[in-house]
Design a protein around this ligand. Sequence first.
Ligand code: BGP
Length: 490
Amino acid sequence: MSFPKGFLWGGAVAANQCEGAYLEDGKGLSVPDMLLGGDVNTPRTFLPVTDPNAFYPSHEAIDFYHHYKEDIALFAEMGWNVFRLSINWGRIFPNGDDDEPNEAGLAFYDSLFDECHKYGIEPLVTLCHYEIPWNIVVKYNGFYSRETIDLFVKYCKTVFTRYKDKVKYWLTFNEINTPLMSMHNGMSNLYSLGLMEKEDIEAKDPIKLADLKDDPQKKFTALHNEFVASAKAVILGHEINPDFMIGNMICHITLYPLTPNPIDELQCQAEDSLKNDLCGDVHVRGEYPSFIYSYWKKHGIDTSFIKEGDLEILKQGTVDMYTFSYYMSNCVTVDPNAESTAGNMSLGAKNPYLKASDWGWQIDPIGLRWTLNKLASRYPGTPIMVVENGFGAFDKVEEDGSIHDPYRIEYFKAHIKAMGDAIDDGAPLIGYTTWGPIDLVSASTGEYAKRYGFVYVNRHDDGTGDFARSRKDSFFWYKKVCESNGTDLG
Ligand code: BGP
């Protein structure tokens, strides 16, 4: 196996899923603060006012805000050299459109980055991981408004300038392509683009996120504005520090035709282009792929959201690296009777060759090798990083406090082996951050019970638990992987 020297090994979290302290030190409300929990059978709901009797998981999450020193020490113990986290936009600009940034929020991340550097860990920072300030949703309708581009760029300027000597690796928008998936698009539109209809914002009763409306015209407008915001951030970041490496972040749901019937292949190609490739092409190549213009025409999308000068900005603001999340793959078919399966905001046909997690996410390590090879040839010369990959599972704490999670080790082992194989195939992979190296709140279901961590957190869906941390078997296993640069997979 050939992981190059200096390969980045670590883990990834998002502020809203781990920090808690949702109103502490001047932080404003952001989208996830309005979401109640669910589970695999009960969809997550949105409650527009913060109800004192309701349980909002992100309000305390795993209290990383007060435990970060202890947690980073655990990450260092595993031998990491990179830690992906997000800055919560609402800690810096509580309303998104404030004149001045919140000093207490800036100071928190100063301290967090210093703590990383103490152990030789490079922070990899996502600028917006589903964390649009709530006021931007209400007042500007998220990225539907062009004004939000300027608000985002102002926020980027503030953090790029403040942390220019502490952070080298940046990502603009987490999983920017999820509104294009075929499942719960209304939910992704809210998470990702800050889009929500006025009547939903004002509703008095909880609304199923899965029921939020998907308006394609608004979606493509807001997505375009996010592309422009991302490109402007890249241009600005390079002005502030030419050494910055700024990437995009794509939710790559690898797709295969369910059968060799050419009609399935054609359908698969169309879905792959829209769901996986469109956003990557804009970020890396700096232009929309040609198919999207026909797609817009066919679907009656008015493209007047592309303003003069935008296409030049996209061209100038191309990213330095392509990063993506990879959990699973799906199949595509035109057969309406094929058995379907869901997972990570997407819906597809069930693959008869794959097993799935308890949440139905199909496990496909070979698909990761396939994806890395595809990306290497689609974007020649662009460094690639897998910035999310992980296995959500129920864990059991034994009487002596130990946690045996061989299923998680098995998942990671197979995926890391697949990455090594892809490197041998020629993929320019530079790093790997596992998702949820410490248990945290699930984005799709709002659960604690869907655990991803190498580190267990004593916190539960009924709001009990003292947030104590402990090492699972996978902790010791991943430590060997990081310390051996991927040669010791156990
Ligand atoms: C990705 C998100 C993460 C994370 C992960 C796991 O789509 O970027 O925020 O949550 O999926 O998903 P879940 O938490 O729904 O299990």
